[in-house]
Design a protein around this ligand. Structure first.
Ligand SMILES: [Zn+2]
Ligand SMILES: [Zn+2]
Ligand SMILES: [Zn+2]
Length: 148
């Protein structure tokens, strides 16, 4: 068992919850599909392969629960869907998203470019920044190429 799975197990146990097959399967699935930003419906389609008895309502309930536990994160890319991805531990910086207006592709930026901005905000507003979420909109390199 990987370290991460043990952590899920510990966290769920702390909350008095069991690591059910369904919860584990959904977590493992999101781990495997990192960077894909799956909707609950897409998660359902993929989970069904391993757990044919699972229902869409259970998937909704499970992602909600996992999100409350901060094991996964919900992401709104302004396309009318809630998308999910595996969470990062609290100290770890979460990546930012680049969204192409033309093909709707979502790219991820791992680098954090906003530390200086956070420092500035802390100084100017005496506000302790604990997190930030950033989405950049624009045109991806593939679309720029196609537009030429
Ligand atoms: Zn992402
Ligand atoms: Zn594009
Ligand atoms: Zn950042």
């Amino acid at each position: 068992m990987s370290q991460e799975k043990n952590d899920f197990k510990e966290l769920l146990k702390e909350k008095g919850l069991k690591l059910t097959t369904q919860r584990r399967t959904i977590l493992e699935l999101l781990e495997k599909h990192q960077g894909e930003h799956l909707t609950a419906e897409e998660i359902y389609e993929l989970v069904k392969i391993e757990c044919p008895e699972i229902g869409l309502a259970t998937v909704y309930r499970t992602v909600q629960l996992l999100q409350e536990l901060k094991l996964i994160e919900r992401l709104n890319l302004d396309d009318g869907y809630s998308r999910y991805e595996i969470g990062k531990s609290e100290n770890e910086h979460h990546h930012h998203h680049l969204i192409c207006n033309q093909c709707s592709k979502v790219l991820e930026v791992e680098d954090d470019l906003l530390d200086p901005l956070e420092d500035e905000i802390e100084k100017s507003f005496n506000f302790k920044v604990t997190d930030h979420k950033v989405k950049f909109y624009g045109i991806c390199s593939d679309c720029i190429k196609d537009n030429k």
